[in-house]
Write a protein that binds this ligand. Sequence first.
Ligand SMILES: [Zn+2]
Length: 581
Amino acid sequence: MTATAPREERLWSRCAGCASLLYRKRLRRNLDVCPECGEHARLAAPERLRQLVDPGSLRPLPAQLPEADPIDFVDVLPYPHRLSAARASTGLAEAVVCATATIGGHPAVLAVMDFRFLGGSLGCAVGELITRAAERALDDRIPLILITASGGARMQEGALSLMQMATISQAIAALREAGLLTVSVLTDPTYGGVAASFATNTDLVLAESGARMGFAGPRVIRQVTGRALPEGFQSADVLLRHGQVDMVVQRRSLRGRLGALLAATGPARAGRPARPPVPRQEPAPLRERLAEVAPAAAVTPPTGPGAPAVRDAWDTVRMARHPGRPTTLDYLDLVFDGFVELHGDRLGGDCPAIVGGVARLADRHVMVIGHQKGHTTAELVARNFGMASPAGHRKALRLMRLAARLGLPVVTLVDTPGADPGVSAEEQGQAAAIAENILTLTVLPTPVLAVITGEGGSGGALALAVADRVLMLENAVYSVISPEGCAAILWPDRSAAPQAARALRLTAPDLCRLGVVDEIVPEPPTAAHDDPAETAHRLRAALLTNLLPLLDVPPAMLVRLRRQRFRRFGSARAGVRAGAR
Ligand SMILES: [Zn+2]
């Protein structure tokens, strides 16, 4: 509301549910729930905190922020302009407010997202602040409560936004390991990368009455399926019916319900001795950490004679999608020996878009898991264009865990436009399936080597790409959103996809510079689709070079280094960027 708004507009507001004109003070007293129809209006983060915590107990956590605009993103407006406008209109530094407080006398750390700030989008600063909140919960040995409201990952920070899904997930994994409760409260709306990570991989998932949650948004699903959506699709009550949330809670009951859950799981419960806080070591300075996880040369793309030619990002996107490009099954044939495919998620499905099984790589046994596209329309349709369903992600999860039990390294081959954006995929818990894979990969006690071979599309790609080493074929792409999707949102229309492709920094050299990718696998002079055998030969050499050193690292050290690899994208990205120029 602007300062020039007439006085009556500030005194009254219209319900988005029933269009009743409501006296604002009365609405506020009713926690911004319409007394006529029960519609739960969206809350700003400070108001949400005020409603939830014990009076006088709120202690905001420091919110020093890393550098904004890590990829110099410009659409029709430069990203810093959008950020300043969001700061001015909300009075917040970022799209999340973190604090410690008590609820019903029980201490907790809270991270509350604010949808008013760039749609509650998850960028590096939000990732860093939530990760620090989780680390504070670990230090203090108290529960973490996440109140989510987000359209998804922040496009303007490219693949670095995607990395935040892994960074926060591993902080949640650390709380799981320490036996500390994590709770997410889904508020309206919670979508995309937030839904597919910390909104659903917590111990408990509550949905506020009227909240909608999903991986793909309703508009995208309607576009893809060309059909009307079922009644109540992605709404709290339907999520409950499909087993996706623990409970649906009215706003007026939320504080009491959270208090009761904290009481039931708190340190005072029987048989659980209270443990003293664990001192946490401060993270080492960036350069030391980078030196530890990756040699300096590996984060710098090759230059000089023999280096890959610089190609326009949009041309690279088209190359990455070329139907002749080798698929996972082609690589299994050309790179590996003795592949034995394993099927099924053991929960009722076998997704054809994910293939996996045991194979040999130069006489070493490995578990290979990859997205499968196809070369012909029939093959592509049979494989759902490489877009995995929840069953596909759960099959991958089963095979990752099996590999860890058997002591096999995991090699993943990533080539997907994104996770399946269908109605049944949503009903079967697409967001939670992706979230669980991301979290599991952050703790998997066996080497994980990921290769982006074609399209690395968003959360569906990351579900197979949280790895010790991430390689990328020269003409592959890896992005938080498709250029077409980004153009449709930030530009006047989809024809701006080539500009969006450039702005997103989705090519292998860009991602190498940002530290998202460790090494580029050069393709033959023409491209992978012109010489699959030579591409496979080069991929095999790169896999062996990167895998063999990992085999000597003890599992606990491997997991520690992997976590450091993904922890650096929040706090230290300014340094990564400076170091690359
Ligand atoms: Zn109403």
